[in-house]
Design a protein around this ligand. Structure first.
Ligand code: WTA
Length: 654
């Protein structure tokens, strides 16, 4: 096993360096700065992409100030572009400004193009999509906003939304934004315990759900899960229930039939003038301790950052159909299905199904039918589809595609090349986008870039405007030269970053700002190549040192996936460090390795390392909530695995 993957790692590295794709065809050779970004004409001395990037990080106030004035509709202007201090975890953007996010996402487009399609709801059953125009979405949002107000929801309250991707879920998010409430969308695959935890932490009095969900041909009783959850949530006073299926479900005094009641409401709902730094939403993400963190995003900065990245990373233009197949319960859904896309007046797809329902051609059949221009998905799905062969892709016309995106985990070279060559017919740039719930939007991606700039497979490559990455070593020193690997940090604030952890500001500063004082610490490791491009090597707490090489799970997974024929993938070598290693945390010298047969992965494709750790520590009674796992049985296989090999020997620090 060892020599097998060590040898392959060398092959992989050299092939990575050799194969460089030139795939930017969307610009001609000659262009002016306005075609890069219209706002940039006002920036003196800026004449190309590199100049604009430098301006955005060196003159951050002028850059973000100009972009914010141009791209957002303000009720009153801001007086201060930024007021940030990493040492206290203080992040404030556009203070003094007032705006309403739903007006930016809806009303202003209704004024210019009311009949443009805002949402294409790609329902589980292929060919049954529903299109919602901007005018209709504004009406839904206003009725819902009025209903929420009638039900006692006030500015500053937090509404929990437990719904699959559907227009009423988007309208619920925007209705909260319209009346000044925050939302807390909980992924509708979470268990009742996970939901209850999040409702309690957010102190919601209102929950919005559907009677049942439909996914991959199966009906899921979501309302029943909510009923179980709210038994343990004394704050909940009402549950609004939309009807996704025609089946009736038991309703109690607490439950409100959503469609019926919203139809009684007016189609006009006065938007509340919100301060830039009022809370827009909480989104829980699992922390390494198992206690989820409610990351807080606010109004103006988040909206601006998602709209700018949506426009320039994907080269989104008016009239394009943007197909992000994430769930709205994750940050990707919030930022690119909902806020970024709608702020740009885009047409955005809400995908309710799975990549293999009713067959592995689902994505590409949908691309043909909906004429999708930008397709944004996860490596885990790409790897799965690759196994089924090219025919499932080639059966469908994909000529509408212009940009392909990848997010959520490192994309291995084989999957990247298949995505580029087979799905995109070798003509679409593939943007491997690195970011996190904490960053709000994409921070590192191959685009935007100079025209014709190269794209290297499996690399996020270039920081976005305003993002200044830094790599730090274990002593906390900045690695200034290229061809180095370290902890990925970001040196200065950007408008999209999370502002705090709900009710736990201290945990926020401890997690993100104390490990490397003066920097935002991402928790990921990265390599900066000789050319200065960034490649994410995975979570830092999973890094191991093998024969003097620092290896991350990304590299290991890449080798395993590249080396062994897909159908033979039965084992993978995972390394676990029980604690993250940063200069300010106690050094952990104990490493555990485990060879297992089957990985416990979440539906969004992330390996649940917390579970593996517990197995290694022989702590299987405390595995915690497993409901987000794609296949909860995989845990039992891990526990039973015959090759389980535990090596708790101390290792030298790298
Ligand atoms: C990982 C998802 C490699 C990374 C938007 C990060 C990636 C975590 C990439 C955040 C990528 C995300 N290449 N790794 N392109 N994108 N990650 O909060 O470890 O669900 O810290 O946000 O996913 O996951 P989250």
């Amino acid at each position: 096993m060892c020599s097998l993957w060590r040898g392959s790692l060398l092959t992989l590295t050299s092939s990575l360096n050799r194969r460089v794709f030139q795939c930017c065809r969307q610009f001609g050779r000659s262009y002016n700065i306005a075609s890069c970004m219209p706002e940039a004409v006002a920036f003196q001395g800026v004449s190309d992409h590199s100049g604009l990037y430098k301006f955005s990080v060196n003159e951050s106030d002028r850059f973000w100030g100009a972009v914010a004035r141009q791209r957002l509709s303000w009720i009153s202007p801001f007086h201060t572009v930024q007021n940030c201090d990493f040492s206290q975890g203080k992040i404030k953007w556009f203070e003094g400004g007032k705006l309403n996010v739903s007006v930016n996402c809806l009303d202003r487009h209704v004024h210019t193009c009311p009949e443009r399609v805002a949402l294409i709801w790609e329902r589980d059953e292929p060919g049954t999509e529903v299109k919602i125009t901007y005018r209709q979405l504004l009406e839904l949002t206003c009725r819902l906003g009025n209903l929420l107000k009638r039900q006692g929801v006030r500015r500053g309250d937090c509404v929990t939304i437990y719904m699959p991707p559907c227009p009423l879920a988007v309208a619920s998010m925007l209705a909260c934004a319209r009346i000044g409430a925050a939302h807390n969308v909980v992924f509708a695959g979470f268990s009742s315990e996970a939901l209850a935890d999040r409702i309690r932490d957010a102190q919601s009095s209102t929950v919005i759900t559907v009677n049942q969900g439909v996914r991959g041909g199966k009906v899921v009783d979501l309302k029943r899960t909510v009923d179980q959850a709210v038994q343990n949530c004394p704050s909940v006073q009402q549950v609004l229930v939309a009807m996704r299926t025609e089946n009736t479900v038991a309703m109690t005094d607490r439950d409100v039939p959503l469609e019926e009641e919203m139809m009684k409401e007016d189609v006009v709902c006065e938007p509340v003038a919100m301060d830039s730094e009022d809370v827009l939403f909480l989104l829980y993400t699992s922390g390494s301790t198992g206690k989820p963190k409610g990351l807080v995003h606010t109004q103006a900065g988040y909206l601006l950052y998602t709209s700018l990245t949506h426009r320039y990373v994907f080269n989104y233009h008016d009239g394009d159909v943007f197909g992000c197949v994430a769930d709205i319960g994750w940050i990707t859904g919030h930022s690119y299905i909902v806020y970024g896309a709608l702020c740009n007046g885009g047409t955005t797809v809400l995908f309710e199904s799975t990549p293999v329902y009713p067959n592995p051609g689902r994505y590409w059949e949908m691309v043909e039918r909906l004429e999708i221009n930008q397709f944004y998905g996860a490596p885990t799905a790409i790897r799965l589809l690759l196994k089924y062969g090219d025919e499932w892709v080639q059966n469908y016309n994909r000529s509408s595609l212009k940009t392909l995106g990848s997010v959520g985990e490192p994309i291995n070279t084989e999957a990247w090349e298949w995505y580029h060559r087979v799905v995109g017919d070798g003509r679409c740039p593939v943007v491997d986008t690195w970011w996190q719930t904490e960053t709000g939007g994409i921070c590192i991606a191959p685009r935007p870039a100079d025209p014709e700039a190269e794209i290297v497979p499996g690399m996020a490559m270039r920081p976005f405007y305003g993002i200044k990455p830094a790599l730090l070593d274990t002593e906390g020193e900045v690695l200034s030269s290229n061809d180095s690997t370290g902890a990925l940090c970001i040196s200065q604030a950007w408008p999209g970053m999370a502002r705090t952890i709900h009710n736990h500001h201290q945990r926020f500063t401890e997690t993100y700002f104390q490990p490397y004082p003066g920097f935002f610490f991402t928790g990921d490791g990265a390599h900066r190549s000789k050319e200065g491009y960034y490649q994410i090597v995975g979570r830092l707490d999973d890094v191991i040192n093998v024969s003097g090489h620092r290896l991350g799970t990304a590299e290991l997974e890449d080798v395993v996936v590249c080396t062994i024929k897909s159908h033979q993938i039965k084992c993978i070598y995972i390394a676990l460090r029980t604690q993250p290693k940063t200069p300010n945390s106690k050094q952990c010298r104990c490493r555990s390795t485990i060879i297992i047969m089957c990985l416990p992965k979440t539906r969004s494709g992330k390996i649940m390392r917390r579970v593996l750790r517990k197995v290694v520590e022989r702590n299987t009674d405390e595995l915690g909530d497993l409901s987000t796992l794609d296949d909860p049985d995989s845990v039992h296989e891990v526990i039973r695995v015959p090759q389980l090999h535990i090596d708790n020997s101390p290792t030298a620090s790298p």
